[in-house]
Ligand binder design. Structure first.
Ligand code: BES
Ligand code: MN
Ligand code: ZN
Length: 495
C-alpha cells in the first residue's frame, strides 16, 4: 500500500473515494467549501442528525453522479476537546478498514482532525501511516483462500502547502517503518507454536537479519551449555525441541556508540511444564514469545532507521513442556552468573531464561538494558490491557521509557521494586527461589530479574496484558498487537 502526500485541493485528487472526518457538534467543520461543491449534502445529514460525529462513527455515501468524488466516507472523531494524536491514529485505521471492506483501492483524505492537535506535522504523518498500516493488518498465513486482493493500493493525504507536505511525508516514512516492523512481529506471534519452534524462530531471525543488514549469531544447545545457562537449559529439558539463544546486532562493532541491550522472552509455547496450566485458554500461550518477537521487530526498525546507537538484541528461546525429562518443582539449577535457583513452579519459566540473558548482557558493557516479557498473569490482573508494567533500577532510564511510552501510546506504568519484596523470593536451600507466592506477583517476577543485574541501568517491561488483543480495536486487530516496537523505536530515536 502506497501512502503519498499531495498539495492539491482535496476535491482535485483523483481517487475512488474520499474521507471527510468531523468532530461532534462541529457541523461541517473544515469541510465547508467542499460541502458547498457537494451541494450541502453533508450539512444536511448533520443537521438532520443522521451523522453525529461520534468517535468511531462512520457513514458511507454515494452522492449523485455530478458530484466528485463518487464515494464519500464520513468519519466521526468524537469531542474536539478530547482529541489526541492516538485518536488520529485510530481514525486513520478506521478509514482504511471501512474503505477496504467496500473494495475500494484508492482514497484521499486530509489528516483527520489535524487542526485540533498541537503536535507537529511529522508526528501527524507518522500517526496516519501507523494507523493505516497497523489497522489494515491481517494474519492470513493459514487461510487457504486469501483476502489479499481486497488490499488498498494507495492512500493520498492532502496537505495545505509544500512545507506541510514535506513534513507529513517524513512522518509517513517513519510511521511505515515502525508499523511494518510491528506487523512482522505480529506475524511471528500469531503463528502457531508448531511452526515457530526455537529453531524455526532462529531461522526467521537469521533471514530477517540478512534482509536488513543486522548481524546474527545463533547459539545452539552445546554453546548454551558452554555458557552455563542453567535457567534456559532447565526450561528446555521437557521438550524435544532444543533451545536457542539468538543474538542480533545493529552497529555491532561500533564500540564508540552508546550500547543498548534489549532482551525478549521467547517461550514458543508455555504449557507450564510439570506445574501444568489449566487447559482452558492454554492455546493462547503461543504468544509467550511476544517479548522475543518484539526484540526482532525493534532490531529491524533500528536497522531501517539507521539509529546511531550500538544495539544488541538477545532472545533466549525454548518450549516449556512436561515430559519424563522435564525439570520438576524442587529442582535446583545454577544460572549463567553462578547463582542457584530453587524451582518452586516450572510455570515461572520466563524469569529463568531471562535471568541467564540479563547476566549475559553485561558482557556488552551496555549503557542500558531493557527486557520485554509476557512474564506474569498477575500483570494482566493489576493493569489490564492498556498499560505495560514497568520496573527498573534507574530513574533517568525509567523516565526515558515513560516518555517513549506516551509518544507511541504504548504506555507504561511503574510498580515498585523495594528491597522488602526480596524477602518473598528467599529460598531455604538455594540462593533464591523462582516464585514468591500470590502477593505482588508481577513485582516478585521483576525482583527476581533484578537479581541478575548489578550496576547496569535496567528496565523490565511486563507485556503480558498488552501483547494480545482479545476483542479487536481500531489499529489492533484481534490477536498479536506487536507491542514494544514503537515504544523501543521512540526511545532509540530520542536517546
Ligand atoms: N507466560 C506466563 C505469564 C502469562 C500468563 C502471560 C497469562 C500471559 C497471560 C508465565 O510464564 C507464567 O506462567 N507465570 C506464572 C508465574 C507464577 C507461577 C509465579 C503466572 O503468572 O501464573
Ligand atoms: Mn509460565
Ligand atoms: Zn511463560
Amino acid at each position: 500500500m502506497k501512502v503519498s502526500v499531495a498539495t492539491m485541493d482535496i476535491k482535485k485528487i483523483k481517487a475512488e473515494a474520499m474521507v471527510i472526518s468531523l468532530f461532534e457538534k462541529e457541523g461541517t467543520g473544515g469541510y465547508k467549501d467542499f460541502d458547498k461543491a457537494a451541494r450541502g449534502l453533508i450539512a444536511d445529514l448533520v443537521k438532520k442528525g443522521n451523522f453525529k460525529g461520534k468517535a468511531g462513527e462512520s457513514l458511507f455515501l454515494l452522492p449523485s453522479p455530478e458530484i466528485y468524488p463518487k464515494r464519500i466516507l464520513l468519519l466521526g472523531l468524537g469531542e474536539k476537546e478530547k482529541y489526541t494524536l492516538d485518536k488520529m491514529r485510530q481514525a486513520s485505521a478506521k478509514a482504511g478498514q471501512e474503505m477496504r471492506s467496500r473494495g475500494i483501492k484508492t482514497f484521499a483524505m486530509q489528516a483527520p482532525g489535524s487542526d485540533a492537535l498541537k503536535e507537529d506535522n511529522k508526528r501527524k504523518g507518522q500517526a496516519i501511516a501507523e494507523g493505516l498500516i497497523l489497522g489494515l493488518y491481517q494474519f492470513e498465513e493459514y487461510k487457504t483462500e486469501k483476502k489479499e486482493d481486497k488490499m488498498i493500493d494507495k492512500v493520498v493525504i492532502a496537505a495545505r502547502d509544500e512545507r506541510e507536505a514535506r513534513e507529513v511525508k517524513k512522518g509517513i516514512e517513519l510511521g511505515r517503518v515502525l508499523a511494518e516492523a510491528a506487523n512482522f512481529t505480529r506475524d511471528l506471534v500469531n503463528r502457531p507454536s508448531n511452526d515457530k519452534t526455537p529453531i524455526m524462530l532462529s531461522d526467521e531471525a537469521r533471514r530477517m537479519a540478512g534482509r536488513f543488514g543486522l548481524s546474527c549469531e545463533i547459539l545452539n544447545e552445546a554453546a548454551i551449555k558452554r555458557l552455563k545457562m542453567g535457567g534456559l537449559l532447565g526450561v528446555a529439558k521437557g521438550s524435544k525441541e532444543p533451545p536457542r539463544f539468538i543474538i542480533l546486532g545493529h552497529n555491532k562493532n561500533a564500540k564508540n556508540l552508546d550500547t543498548i541491550v534489549i532482551i525478549g522472552k521467547a517461550i514458543t509455547f508455555d504449557s507450564g511444564g510439570i506445574s501444568i496450566k489449566p487447559s482452558e485458554n492454554m492455546e493462547k500461550m503461543k504468544y509467550d514469545m511476544s517479548g522475543g518477537a518484539a526484540v526482532m521487530g525493534a532490531m529491524q526498525a533500528a536497522a531501517r532507521l539507521k539509529i546511531p546507537l550500538r544495539i544488541i538484541g538477545l532472545i533466549p528461546a525454548a518450549e516449556n513442556l512436561p515430559s519424563g525429562a522435564a525439570q520438576k518443582p524442587g529442582d535446583i539449577v545454577r544460572m549463567h552468573d553462578g547463582k542457584t535457583v530453587e524451582i518452586i513452579s516450572t510455570d515461572a519459566e520466563g524469569r529463568m531464561i531471562l535471568g541467564d540473558a540479563l547476566s549475559y548482557a553485561k558482557s556488552y558493557k551496555p549503557k542500558a538494558v531493557i527486557d520485554l516479557a509476557t512474564l506474569t498473569g498477575a500483570c494482566v490482573i493489576a493493569l489490564g490491557n492498556d498499560a505495560i508494567g514497568m520496573m527498573g533500577t534507574d530513574d533517568k532510564l525509567k523516565d526515558k521509557v515513560k516518555e517513549a511510552g506516551e509518544l507511541s501510546y504504548e504506555r507504561v506504568w511503574e510498580l515498585p521494586l523495594w528491597e522488602e519484596y526480596g524477602e518473598l523470593i528467599k529460598s531455604d536451600i538455594a540462593d533464591i527461589k523462582n516464585v514468591g507466592g500470590r502477593p505482588a506477583g508481577t513485582i516478585t517476577g521483576g525482583y527476581f530479574l533484578s537479581r541478575f543485574i548489578e550496576k547496569t541501568q535496567w528496565v523490565h517491561l511486563d507485556i503480558a496484558g498488552t501483547a494480545w488483543e482479545e476483542k479487536g480495536r481500531p489499529y489492533k486487530p484481534k490477536g498479536a498487537t506487536g507491542v514494544g516496537i514503537r515504544l523501543l523505536s521512540e526511545l532509540f530515536i530520542n536517546w
